[in-house]
Design a protein around this ligand. Structure first.
Ligand SMILES: Cc1cc2nc3c(=O)[nH]c(=O)nc-3n(C[C@H](O)[C@H](O)[C@H](O)COP(=O)(O)OP(=O)(O)OC[C@H]3O[C@@H](n4cnc5c(N)ncnc54)[C@H](O)[C@@H]3O)c2cc1C
Length: 374
């Protein structure tokens, strides 16, 4: 293999480009926007090992976590920090579940440790609210999502042997048609490669649409999340933070004590809400999220969900949050079956790689690696 064409400039496309260049291949990468605008720049930037299901999902996330750390050494502009996370229990039922998690056979691999409230506050002094205990996960890490695609693009351009050779970044080019080993963009130009990889994210009707429509049961669906970012918070957070509602969603916590959790707050349950909180390099806080599965999605942002998320964050931090700087929604592609992501052959020499869902930022380096090694 000498040359690869990648469609999509999100994190999956970028990781394929990085992997391909690392293997000495020439890369042409098309992005329909002037710069990526999809899930990859709208997410928390959590490299999230803690919540992964035991077995293949944890293995994929752990491999990806290693790769993120290696990549950070080469491309510091991605803002990688190995800060770990704290998942906070609001009551005894949540604490019992955290205790079971801390005793799982793979707890050491995840870097889990159960902390009492004093130890949790010691680990992250910004947490001045009320909680019953916490689960520290030392494997979790943070990157800066708004910076990641551009940082890799700039790195690949800077390390190319000459302009137009090695790595070519073609923004503003929408792929509209595929053929064996080739893709045509909206200007009519065909791009040929030994392999074409479609990393088109949640665009399930575009160039991947005809292929996806050929399945009896759709292999991927779309999920919409609401997020916010505050102005800088006065105190440094030494870890990312999750609330007890995350225990209801992440597969790692599918343990006996989950059945003994009390009912979720009805407003949070209706919105599929959980609290995740990450401090950005400039001190601001990214806070989310909610989950909507039914299309058509709202085109507007629901303010009541922001009241819910801000209220929860304030309770854990034990202080007022700075004002909201910006709000947005993001949509990701998620597999509907039990596989970890979707990979399929569209036609000879053309593959579609999408559907990693809420683990896409985390697992993207390892998913791209599997394209070349799998
Ligand atoms: C709000 C939110 C929070 C999240 N938080 C996390 C998190 O903290 N940790 C985690 O692991 N995951 C998280 N995720 C999931 C993660 O962001 C996604 O799984 C991941 O970004 C998917 O990357 P992608 O490259 O496949 O898709 P995208 O980022 O959507 O990129 C696809 C790109 O392809 C381009 N494109 C589409 N069609 C064409 C075409 N025909 N021609 C050319 N270009 C095209 C699009 O413009 C886009 O730039 C979150 C997702 C959201 C929405």
């Amino acid at each position: 293999m000498d040359r690869i064409v990648i469609v999509g400039g999100g994190v999956l496309g970028m990781m394929h480009a990085v992997q391909a260049r690392g293997r000495g291949l020439d890369v042409v990468q098309l992005e329909r926007e002037a710069a990526p605008r999809g899930a990859s720049v709208r997410n928390f930037g959590l490299v999230w090992v803690s919540g992964r299901a035991p077995g293949p999902e944890l293995a994929l996330a752990k491999r990806a976590r290693e790769l993120w750390e290696d990549l950070a050494a080469e491309v510091p502009a991605i803002g990688f920090r190995p800060h770990g996370s704290l998942t906070l229990a609001a009551d005894d039922a949540e604490l019992a579940l955290l205790k079971e998690a801390a005793e799982m056979p793979d707890a050491a691999q995840r870097g889990f440790e159960l902390l009492d409230p004093a130890a949790a506050t010691h680990a992250n002094p910004a947490l001045r609210g009320e909680f019953a205990g916490a689960l520290l996960c030392r494997s979790d890490a943070i990157v800066e999502p708004r910076a990641v695609p551009a940082a890799f693009r700039d790195h690949l351009l800077a390390t190319s042997p000459a302009v137009g050779a090695g790595y070519q970044w073609l923004p503003g080019r929408e792929a509209v048609e595929v053929a064996a080993h080739a893709v045509r963009d909206h200007t009519g130009t065909w791009h040929k490669g030994d392999l074409v990889v479609l990393c088109t994210g949640a665009a399930h009707t575009g160039v991947a649409g005809r292929h996806l429509a050929g399945y009896d049961r759709p292999p991927v669906r779309r999920v919409r999340l609401q997020m916010l970012q505050t102005e800088p918070f006065g105190t440094r957070l030494s870890t990312s933070v999750a609330d007890g509602d995350t225990l209801r969603y992440y597969p790692a916590y599918d343990l006996p004590a989950r059945a003994r959790l009390g009912p979720q707050d009805p407003a949070a349950a209706a919105a599929g809400a959980q609290l995740l909180l990450v401090q950005r390099l400039d001190g601001s806080l990214t806070i989310g999220d909610t989950h909507a599965y039914g299309e058509p999605f709202g085109f507007d942002l629901d303010e009541t969900l922001y009241d819910l998320l801000r209220g929860r964050a304030q309770r854990l931090l034990g202080t007022e949050l700075p004002r909201t700087r910006r709000r947005w929604a993001g949509v990701y592609s998620q597999v509907t079956g039990s596989e970890l992501y979707h990979r399929s052959v569209v036609t000879e020499g053309v593959v579609l790689v999408t559907g990693p869902g809420g683990r896409g930022m985390t697992c993207s380096p390892a998913i791209a690696e599997e394209t070349f090694t799998g």
